[in-house]
Design a protein around this ligand. Structure first.
Ligand code: ADP
Ligand code: MG
Length: 721
C-alpha cells in the first residue's frame, strides 16, 4: 500500500543531494576553467567579480553581433554607434608621451579607412597584431577631428564564413579597460563562456520555477534560457531566453519580499490598539481644522485595522507633497494614546522636527496630551526632563531627529512610530527604534514625495503600502516656468509685485555636495544681489543655511513663517516640509543642479494657501540635455507620482535616494524601468503561489524553496524588515 507513495522529505533530501553534487561544477574556482589560469583568474576576480564558473555564466552579454554582417567603412555616418568591419592594418604610430601616449593604427577596407586607437595595452597590441592581415574589428564609433575612430576596438583575425551561412549571433560581454589592455576583450570572455557551456548539462542548472508556471507562461526551461542568453540560435530564441531569466529575477525577488512580509504578519507580535477612545474622538469631532479627504480617511482606516490585529504594522504611506500626511500621523498617534501607548515622530532635519512640533502643539493645544521635542540642540536640563518623562510614561508624544534613536532615550511603552520623509533613514536606523520596546511598536513610514510604483514594489515590497492620491480641496495648481539668468531682473520685478500683494517668496540656492564652501559663497553672493533688488528697510529678507547656529537658523525661519520678512533666501535646508501658506513664489537658482524629486519637493513649499502660486526655474544659458528634460517635466506637471516615474526613467533605479544601499534593485538583466509589465506579472504570480503555499511545502514548490535557501546570504534581502 505504501509503496509508490513518496515521502516528500526523502524526496527533498535526494533532490538536495543531486543538486549539491552537480552544483559543484558551477562552484569551481574560475582559474580552473581551461584557458584561464591563475593570472587571468585574478584579473577576472578583480575586474568583474567573477570567482566561479557560475559567476561567469551570470556575466551576461550586453549584446550580440551577427558575425556574418560586415559593414563597409564608407558607410559610417555621424549617427553610427557600433560597427563591425573587416580590413587590413596599414601602419602603427605612437603619439604623445607618458600618460597621454596612445597608439594609433589605420584600418582600411575596400571602401575607406578608419582610425583605431589604444591608450592602454600598447605593447600587447604591437606584439600581437600584424600589418597587412585581415582583421575583424568591432567597436563603438567616435569622431576625432571629424574622422571616425574606434578606441580600444575588439579585434581578431578574420576567418571568412562560408557564403550563405546562416546568421551567427556572437555574444559581446562587458569588459573593462584593464582587461581589454591585456587582450581580454568581451569576445575572449565569450570564448570562455562557450567552453563552459559545452561542459555543463541541464542538471547543472536546475529549474527553480514550478512546472505549472513555466508551462502556463510558456517560459523556456532554465538551462536552455541560460544557454540561449549567451549563445542563441536566433533572435527569437534570445528574446525568449532573456524573457525567462528576467521573469525569474523579478519572481524570485517578489517571492522573497512577500515571504518577509507574510512571515512578519504571521509571527510578529504587535501592540494591540483595542479601542478608538476619547482623545481620538474628541480631536476628530472638535479640533480637526478641516474635513479629511477621502484618501486620508481610507489610510486611517487601514492603520486602524492594522493596529488592532495584534501584529506589528509596518506601513509605507505614499503621498504627494501637500497631500496631508501629517494629520494622518497625528490621528494615529492619538489612537495610540487612547490605548495607553507613547508615540514618536522622527523627522530628517532639525527645522522640520521643529516645525512638526510647532504645528502639532498648536493642533493639540486644547487636548490633554503632552508633546515635546528632542533634537541635538536640546539643552541638557530640558533633555533630562524629557528623558525622565519618556521613561515614566507621562509624556505622550515626542518629536525629534536622529537624536531619538540614541541609546539614552528609553520609552515607558512606545507603541507607535512615525518616520517622516523616510528616505534619509536607513533600514538599520529604523530597526534600532523598534528595539526600544518589548513588543515592537507599529511603524508608519511617510515618503517626502511619491516613489514610482515599480520601485516601491521592489525596494519596499516587504512593507504594507498605502497611497494618498488626492490633494485637499481648493488647491490651485502652481504655474512653473523656466527663465535664463539674463531675465533675473524681470524675475525680481515679478517677486516685487507679489510682495506688494502681501505675499512672500523663496529663493533657493543649491547645496553643492562636494564643496560646502562654494555653496556658501554662492548663497552669500546671491543674498547680496537680492538685497540690491530689495533694499532694507522697505523689504526684509531672511537667510537660512547649514552653517548657521541652530537658534539663529530657527529665529530666521520663524521670522519668515510669521510673515515678518518678505523673502527667504536659503539653501536646500528648507527643502522638506516647511509650511508657509502665504508664500506664493519659489525661485530656484541653478535649477540644473537639482534632481527632479528635489525640485518637486522644493516647489511644494508654495501653493499651500489659497493664493495662486508660481515656481520659477532659473538656469544659465548652457543646460545639459538631462537638465533640460527635467525642467520640461517640471513645467509640464504638478503630479508627483508622474514626476517620480519620469525621475526613475531619467536616472535609473540606482540613483534614487535611499535605495542604493538596499540591494533590492540589483537585478542582473531585468529593469524596473523597462520591464514594468513583467514585474507586475511576477508580483501577481508570486502572490498567487504564496497564497496557496506560504511555507513552500507542496512538492511542486520544493525546487523553488531549495533555490531560495541556497541564495540566502547572497543578497541583502534578509536584512530588510
Ligand atoms: P504633506 O503630506 O506634504 O506632509 P501636510 O501634512 O504638511 O502635507 O499638509 C499640507 C497642508 O495641507 C497643511 O497646511 C495641512 O494643514 C493642510 N491639509 C491637510 N489635510 C487637509 C484637508 N483634508 N483639507 C484641507 N487642508 C488640509
Ligand atoms: Mg510632510
Amino acid at each position: 500500500m505504501l509503496r509508490g507513495k513518496t515521502n516528500p522529505d526523502i524526496c527533498l533530501l535526494s533532490i538536495c543531494i543531486i543538486i549539491s553534487q552537480h552544483a559543484s561544477i558551477l562552484a569551481s574556482p574560475i582559474e580552473y576553467l581551461k584557458g584561464v589560469g591563475p593570472l587571468r583568474g585574478d584579473l577576472l576576480k578583480k575586474e568583474l567579480s567573477i570567482y566561479t564558473f557560475g559567476d561567469l555564466l551570470e556575466h551576461f552579454p550586453i549584446r550580440h553581433i551577427d558575425k556574418t554582417k560586415i559593414s563597409r567603412i564608407a558607410d559610417i555616418h555621424p549617427d553610427t554607434e557600433y560597427i563591425q568591419v573587416v580590413g587590413k592594418l596599414l601602419f602603427f604610430e605612437t603619439i604623445g608621451e607618458n600618460r597621454a601616449k596612445r597608439l594609433v593604427a589605420q584600418l582600411r577596407d575596400g571602401s575607406g579607412s578608419l582610425e583605431l586607437a589604444w591608450f592602454q595595452g600598447i605593447s600587447w597590441v604591437q606584439k600581437n597584431l600584424t600589418l597587412g592581415v585581415d582583421y575583424l574589428v568591432f567597436g563603438k564609433v567616435g569622431f576625432f577631428n571629424g574622422k571616425p575612430q574606434i578606441v580600444h576596438p575588439e579585434i581578431e583575425a578574420f576567418v571568412p564564413t562560408v557564403a550563405g551561412a546562416k546568421t551567427h549571433l556572437e555574444p559581446v560581454y562587458p569588459s573593462t579597460e584593464k582587461l581589454k589592455a591585456r587582450g581580454f576583450s568581451g569576445r575572449q570572455i565569450g570564448k570562455l563562456t562557450q567552453q563552459l557551456i559545452a561542459q555543463i548539462q541541464p542538471k547543472d542548472i536546475v529549474e527553480n520555477l514550478p512546472q505549472a508556471l513555466t508551462q502556463r507562461l510558456q517560459l523556456l526551461p532554465r538551462f536552455q534560457a541560460v544557454r540561449a542568453t549567451h549563445f542563441p540560435t536566433s533572435i527569437q530564441e534570445y528574446e525568449k531566453a532573456i524573457h525567462r531569466l528576467k521573469f525569474e529575477e523579478f519572481f524570485i525577488a517578489q517571492v522573497r519580499l512577500n515571504l518577509v512580509r507574510l512571515q512578519r504578519h504571521k509571527s510578529s507580535r504587535g501592540v494591540v490598539f483595542e479601542k478608538v477612545g476619547d482623545l481620538f474622538n474628541d480631536f476628530y469631532n472638535h479640533h480637526l481644522p478641516f474635513q479629511l479627504t477621502g484618501a486620508q480617511k481610507r489610510v486611517l482606516k487601514e492603520i486602524r485595522t492594522d493596529t488592532a490585529r495584534g501584529r506589528q504594522m509596518n506601513r509605507l504611506l505614499q503621498g504627494d507633497v501637500g497631500s496631508g500626511k501629517t494629520i494622518v500621523a497625528l490621528l494615529s498617534m492619538l489612537l495610540a494614546a487612547d490605548n495607553g501607548y507613547q508615540s514618536c515622530l522622527m523627522a530628517p532635519t532639525e527645522i522640520l522636527a521643529q516645525q512638526h512640533y510647532t504645528g502639532l502643539s498648536s493642533l493639540l493645544k486644547d487636548m490633554p496630551v503632552r508633546i515635546e521635542i528632542l533634537t541635538g540642540s536640546t539643552k541638557t536640563k530640558k533633555r533630562r526632563e524629557i528623558l525622565a518623562a519618556l521613561a515614566d510614561g507621562s509624556l505622550h508624544f515626542i518629536v525629534g531627529t536622529h537624536a531619538l534613536i540614541e541609546d539614552p532615550v528609553v520609552f515607558n511603552n512606545l507603541g507607535f512610530v512615525v518616520v517622516d520623509e523616510q528616505h534619509r533613514f536607513g533600514v538599520a536606523q529604523r530597526a534600532k527604534l523598534w528595539q526600544k520596546a518589548a513588543v515592537p511598536p507599529h511603524v508608519l513610514v511617510m515618503t517626502a514625495t511619491p516613489i514610482p510604483r515599480t520601485l516601491a514594489m521592489t525596494a519596499y515590497g516587504d512593507l504594507d503600502y498605502s497611497v494618498m492620491d488626492e490633494l485637499p480641496p481648493g488647491r490651485q495648481p502652481i504655474t512653473t516656468v523656466h527663465r535664463f539668468e539674463q531675465a533675473r531682473a524681470s524675475v525680481m520685478e515679478f517677486i516685487r509685485t507679489e510682495i506688494e500683494k502681501g505675499r512672500q517668496a523663496y529663493i533657493i540656492y543649491p547645496l553643492i555636495e562636494e564643496s560646502e564652501k562654494m555653496s556658501y559663497e554662492d548663497l552669500m553672493q546671491g543674498y547680496e544681489q537680492v538685497k540690491s533688488f530689495f533694499p532694507e528697510p522697505k523689504y526684509l529678507i531672511s537667510m537660512v543655511h547649514g552653517r548657521q547656529a541652530p537658534d539663529l537658523k530657527e529665529a530666521n525661519m520663524q521670522r519668515f513663517v510669521k510673515g515678518e520678512t518678505n523673502i527667504m533666501v536659503s539653501t536646500t535646508v528648507i527643502e522638506v516640509g516647511v509650511n508657509v501658506p502665504n508664500a506664493s513664489v519659489m525661485v530656484i537658482e541653478s535649477t540644473e543642479k537639482f534632481g527632479l524629486s528635489q525640485l518637486h519637493q522644493l516647489r511644494g513649499r508654495v501653493g499651500r494657501g489659497s493664493e495662486k502660486s508660481f515656481c520659477i526655474l532659473l538656469t544659465g544659458s548652457k543646460v545639459s540635455k538631462e537638465g533640460r528634460e527635467r525642467i520640461k517635466i517640471m513645467c509640464a506637471t504638478n503630479d508627483g507620482f508622474l514626476i517620480a516615474e519620469k525621475d526613475l526613467e531619467l536616472r535609473g533605479p540606482g540613483d534614487i535616494e535611499g535605495t542604493r544601499q538596499s540591494g533590492a534593485l540589483n537585478f542582473k538583466l531585468a529593469s524596473i524601468v523597462n520591464d514594468k509589465e513583467l514585474l507586475e506579472l511576477a508580483k501577481k504570480e508570486a502572490e498567487a503561489l504564496l497564497d496557496k503555499d506560504v511555507d513552500l511545502v507542496l512538492p511542486e514548490n520544493l525546487m523553488l524553496k531549495h533555490f531560495l535557501q541556497q541564495q540566502k546570504g547572497k543578497t541583502g534581502w534578509s536584512k530588510i524588515s
